[in-house]
Design a protein around this ligand. Structure first.
Ligand SMILES: C[S@@+](CC[C@H](N)C(=O)[O-])C[C@H]1O[C@@H](n2cnc3c(N)ncnc32)[C@H](O)[C@@H]1O
Length: 230
């Protein structure tokens, strides 16, 4: 599965009309973004790289709420265009910008950012060693919030990030820790937020992808993990 196929999958999602403010494309939206920002101890003025930034909702949110300067990268051209528009409309273009790039080949200098930040994008990246190596090279500490594999077998598809299993690359917590260690990251804080995510899912209007995600969170086949590493 290539990055181009992931982009094709997300192209339609990027162009779909959305309610104003519905710009955080991960379980529990802004609530989870605040938690991750607090876990990562974001400090005013820090340069943050948001990997797989989507519509840029989290990037704009942490720039406003925590006073950080954010560069978002995304493989999907339509997401980058829409994120730029929404950021201009919000008057935040001096503090938040977007670049089209593959997370495994980041076009930035070594150590360009204090913080690497990524939410619900790693699930679409097959080469996670390259993903975390690129983050390690360009950033200081890393803050991530992702769905990971639990126990009891694979989830059913479609899921919100993948119409079919071939688009989804899930790892267990042990595998994630080994990948991070391989890239030189040492976790300093983790939070399992599966239970909260599972409750949040119950109040959403449902289609097959959200129903499958809700079921897999309920029965432990998927977990939601927030993690910060140095
Ligand atoms: C579920 S969305 C999450 C967006 C955003 N992080 C948020 O929480 O609102 C996943 C995003 O990851 C991007 N993505 C997937 N694979 C990528 C890659 N290899 N490099 C950069 N972005 C990627 C997709 O284009 C999509 O915008």
């Amino acid at each position: 599965m290539s990055a181009e196929e992931v982009e094709r999958y997300y192209e339609a999602a990027a162009r779909r009309p959305r309610q104003p403010g519905a710009d955080q494309l991960h379980v529990r939206g802004a609530e989870a973004t605040v938690e991750l920002a607090e876990l990562a101890e974001l400090r005013k003025g820090e340069r943050v790289l948001d990997v797989g930034a989507g519509l840029g909702g989290p990037a704009r949110f942490i720039a406003e709420r925590f006073g950080v300067d954010v560069t978002g990268v995304d493989i999907t051209a339509a997401f980058v265009e829409r994120a730029e528009e929404l950021t201009r409309d919000a008057g935040l273009a001096d503090r938040v910008r977007f670049v089209r790039a593959d997370a495994t080949a980041l076009p930035f200098a070594d150590g360009a950012f204090a913080v690497g930040w990524t939410q619900h994008a790693a699930m679409n990246v097959p080469d996670k060693a390259a993903l975390y190596a690129a983050a390690r090279r360009t950033t200081g500490r890393l803050a991530l919030y992702d769905a990971i594999a639990g126990s009891g077998g694979p989830p059913e598809y479609p899921l919100p990030w993948a119409s079919v299993a071939e688009l989804s690359f899930l790892v267990t917590e042990d595998e994630l820790r080994a990948l991070l260690a391989g890239a030189g990251f040492h976790p300093t804080a983790t939070r399992d937020v599966t239970e909260m995510g599972s409750r949040w899912m119950r109040d959403l209007p449902h289609g097959p992808a959200f129903e499958n995600l809700g079921r897999a969170l309920d029965d432990g086949r998927l977990r939601l993990l927030q993690l910060v590493a140095d």
